[in-house]
Design a protein around this ligand. Structure first.
Ligand SMILES: [Zn+2]
Length: 512
């Protein structure tokens, strides 16, 4: 007779069902796990054996075969322990026949029979709901798993589960964790001065545009970036589940608390490609995926290795990070908004740009470390000047994140309506494709003329040209006007990257 229970193999954020089958037969005493299992799964034998001994149970002196089906699906990780142990307990008649029928289980066993925390409880639980099964998981993963809305039993130990199945002591169903309160989100009110940068941040937030800030250290670039999450609308229910599943796989959901604040990730410039895009031993999600539906902030952009930056281009375009494994690809969603900051030059230690003794070569060399194609993917370029003593004596701004968030939300609602029939997951100007740009982002004639003139003088690429149009659309949306006016195009052009030589030219055009 075969004893069986369901568990899951993770492929990105997808939990694929795996049937754990245990068969005992007479023959030489042996314990084998088959079905494309990796080393961590194979070591399950030792952990299950030790956990059984701790309960005073011994493995039967028989041929034990554990089959993980389907066999062609790769199995990674230690979370198979619990399902294997439960199927085995049924095979040796410690828990009654038929008890495991409507169950799925994930969890790692300690040598003393306790059930240890594993990542991925939320996606596993959602998959269990799809199968109409109750999920057994580690007790501390229960609040996270219960967000699926399904039935979840969070168990402390193998002993507790045996008592549960024997009917001695029932394990209560887990309740979903709480929503994290949004108390610690930094407010724009804390930033004095920098009105130009705040305006650019608002436009970036409204249309989902990528933004790069250049300015000396201490001018408040990071401070501004950190305040972006506070002016973006909260995650929708659908986005919340997507974001939380990635956090679950990464093992960063504490106490099962989900947050509707958009993620803000700020990896250090020494981060490796695997840390940023994902990968490593267990094909974990990288920063680009942890920033899904939120913000990826790259401070000191030119200090990142060019190879690492180039690896961001694909997720930036497709909204997906693809990690290559030995014989397959793992995909994680990575639809994020990129915010970057850079000092004006390598020596950038001075309070103002005029301190540089090697300009303009110093500045050009420094930003030149970032490849042209990468910079071409940025929509808004702004200078963030040094904070002066005058700025510090200014009264606190009357307007804070709340007011700005209101305008951002209004602009986003216009976009949602405009793109309601588009296939993109986000209904934002930044995602508008060529036909949507033709249809929705054509300015009034004088705006078109201005753009044509500027495109020629600035040598705008086709991509750059489209980006100006999309930013113009967002500026008009913030104004609440359907028609994109010349003034909207002029402001958008002002945010285009101006290499030092072109800077004067563009200013001349704008004044004309
Ligand atoms: Zn310099």
């Amino acid at each position: 007779m075969v004893s069986r229970i369901t568990t899951f193999a993770f492929e990105g954020v997808t939990a694929n069902p795996v049937d754990v089958q245990v068969q005992l037969s007479s023959g030489q005493s042996n314990f084998a796990i088959v079905g494309l299992a990796d080393k961590a799964v194979a070591e399950s034998r030792e952990r299950v054996g030790a956990a059984f001994s701790s309960l005073g149970l011994s493995l039967p002196p028989k041929r034990i075969v554990v089959n993980l089906a389907p066999a062609d699906l790769p199995k990674e990780g230690s979370h198979y322990d619990l399902a294997i142990a439960l199927a085995l307990l049924q095979a040796i008649e410690v828990i009654p026949n038929g008890a495991l029928e409507d169950l799925a289980a994930i969890g790692e066993l300690s040598l003393d029979g306790k059930i240890a925390v594993i990542p991925g409880a939320l996606p596993a639980s959602m998959a269990a709901v799809g199968l109409g099964k109750t999920l057994i998981c580690p007790e501390s993963c229960g609040p996270e798993a219960a967000w699926s809305g399904g039935q979840v039993l969070g168990a402390k130990s193998l002993m507790a589960l045996i008592s549960h199945f024997k009917g001695n002591q029932q394990i209560p169903s887990s309740k979903a964790g709480e929503l994290k309160a949004d108390v610690n989100v930094p407010d724009l009110k804390d930033v004095k001065g920098q009105e130009g940068a705040k305006r650019a941040l608002e436009i970036a937030a409204a249309g989902g545009h990528n933004l790069i800030m250049m300015g000396p250290p201490g001018s408040g670039k990071s401070m501004l970036a950190q305040r972006l999450a506070g002016i973006l609308p909260s995650l929708s229910a659908h986005e919340l589940l997507e974001v939380s599943q990635i956090q679950s796989i990464a093992g960063t959901l504490e106490k099962g608390q989900l947050s509707r604040i958009r993620p803000f990730r700020s990896p250090h410039h020494s981060a490796s490609m695997a840390a940023l895009v994902g990968g490593g031993i267990k094909a974990r999600p990288g920063e680009v995926s942890l920033a899904h539906h939120g913000v990826l902030f790259l401070d000191e952009l030119p200090e990142f290795s060019s190879q690492v930056l180039d690896s961001l281009r694909q997720p930036l375009e497709s909204g997906e990070a693809v990690i290559s494994r030995a014989n397959r690809h793992v995909k994680y969603p990575s639809r994020f908004q990129l915010i970057a900051a850079a000092n004006p030059c390598k020596c950038g230690g001075g309070p103002s740009e005029s301190m540089c003794r090697r300009k303009p070569a110093c500045k050009a060399d420094y930003i030149g470390r970032v490849s042209g194609p990468f910079l071409d993917r940025m929509d808004i370029f702004i200078d963030v000047p040094a904070v002066t003593a005058m700025d510090l004596t200014l009264p606190a701004p009357t307007e804070g994140s709340k007011e700005v968030a209101g305008r951002v939300l209004r602009a986003r609602l216009l976009q949602e309506k405009r793109y309601e029939n588009s296939s993109h997951s986000r209904k934002l100007n930044v995602d508008a494709d060529t036909s949507a740009i033709d249809q929705f982002c054509t300015p009034e004639q004088s705006g078109v003329d201005l753009l044509m003139q500027a495109a020629e003088k600035l040598g705008l690429s086709a991509r750059g040209y489209h980006r100006v149009l999309k930013v113009s659309r967002t500026i008009a949306d913030l104004d609440g006007t359907e028609q994109i006016a010349r003034v909207h195009v002029a402001e958008a052009l002002n945010y285009r990257f101006r290499p030092i030589t072109a800077s004067k030219v563009s200013n001349d055009i704008l004044k004309a």
